[in-house]
Design a binder for this molecule. Structure first.
Ligand SMILES: NC(=O)c1ccc[n+]([C@@H]2O[C@H](COP(=O)([O-])OP(=O)(O)OC[C@H]3O[C@@H](n4cnc5c(N)ncnc54)[C@H](O)[C@@H]3O)[C@@H](O)[C@H]2O)c1
Length: 267
């Protein structure tokens, strides 16, 4: 069996209703994992889980607001009940609200801190509690956090977002260290996706025009591509395959790492 095969593994993907999270859930399922999608968008989340089941995978949806400790508690226990264990948690749920530093809106920054930083931190917390040897799943496993190329290079119009994604990077390292030292058996890594034209990515590009930073969304995207050695935008599958790798035994000696999946933009 390939070291990248996830047959028998049980995964929870946050923000899996659409966009990158839906692609990650699909790629994990294709690699053999049983997958639960956790999201605040119930209808879209159920539809994504249905389509995974139609393709032959074991998949389900749980309602999860990553900013709420109690919501995590219940989503993780439902996942373990549904799948019979938990080996992989992908902390993908995130929000991006563009804005110039000079016009910073505290409510927008608070929202990004809540979802991107607190939501990811709670995800790691509940993954550890479930997967460490004394937890209800108890077999160790892998956590993959979704940071961003915005944590590795400065890009105008997204200061608050970049700050939260840099926090995800640091949180990943500390969590990996604690897990190792305390014998949890859980590897913790993050990926830095480049720009992908999901709803979030397309809105970010449009915001660059609204903020007066580029003459059009197309011009902003053109400059991103020009800054990318591989010469194109990211695709959902590019990110999803990297998550499968970090979740798999192929990455068994990798923890506390941040993997750029950005065509070289952030090098
Ligand atoms: N698209 C990009 O260009 C890009 C680049 C770098 C990093 N990322 C990161 O990748 C992740 C996914 O991005 P995307 O482009 O798919 O975004 P998206 O907006 O298309 O999807 C985000 C998903 O997260 C869910 N979500 C939001 N708040 C939540 C909460 N409180 N609890 C549970 N779920 C919640 C949404 O309902 C949605 O399904 C995010 O963390 C984002 O910051 C995206």
């Amino acid at each position: 069996m390939s070291v990248y095969d996830l047959t028998g593994r049980k995964a929870l993907v946050t923000g899996g209703a659409r966009g990158l999270g839906a692609g990650m859930a699909e790629a994990l399922a294709r690699a053999g994992a049983a997958v639960v999608i956790g999201d605040i968008q119930e209808e879209a989340g159920k539809a994504t889980a249905d389509s995974l089941r139609e393709s032959g995978a074991t998949a389900a949806f749980v309602s999860l607001d990553v900013t709420e400790d109690a919501s995590w508690e219940s989503a993780v226990s439902q996942t373990i009940d549904e799948l019979g264990g938990l080996d992989i948690v992908v902390n993908n749920a995130g929000v991006e609200i563009s804005g110039l530093v000079a016009d910073l809106d505290p409510a927008d920054v608070r929202r990004m801190l809540e979802v991107n930083v607190l939501g990811t931190a709670l995800g790691v917390k509940h993954a550890f509690r479930a997967m460490r040897p004394d937890g209800p799943a108890g077999n160790g496993g892998a956590v993959v956090n979704i940071s961003s190329v915005a944590a590795t290079i400065p890009f105008p119009g997204i200061a608050g977002y970049s700050a939260t994604k840099s926090a995800v990077d640091r949180l990943t390292r500390v969590a990996a260290l604690e897990s190792g030292k305390l014998g949890y058996g859980v590897r913790v890594n993050c990926v830095y996706p480049g720009l992908v034209p999901t709803e979030m990515g397309a809105k970010l590009a449009a915001d660059m025009e609204t903020l007066g930073l580029w003459p059009s969304a197309e011009a902003a995207v053109g400059d991103v591509i020009a800054l990318t050695p591989l010469g194109r935008l990211g695709e959902v599958a590019d990110m999803a395959d990297a998550v499968v790798f970090l979740a798999s035994d192929g990455a068994r000696f990798i923890t506390g790492a941040g993997l750029p999946v950005d065509g070289g933009m952030g090098m």
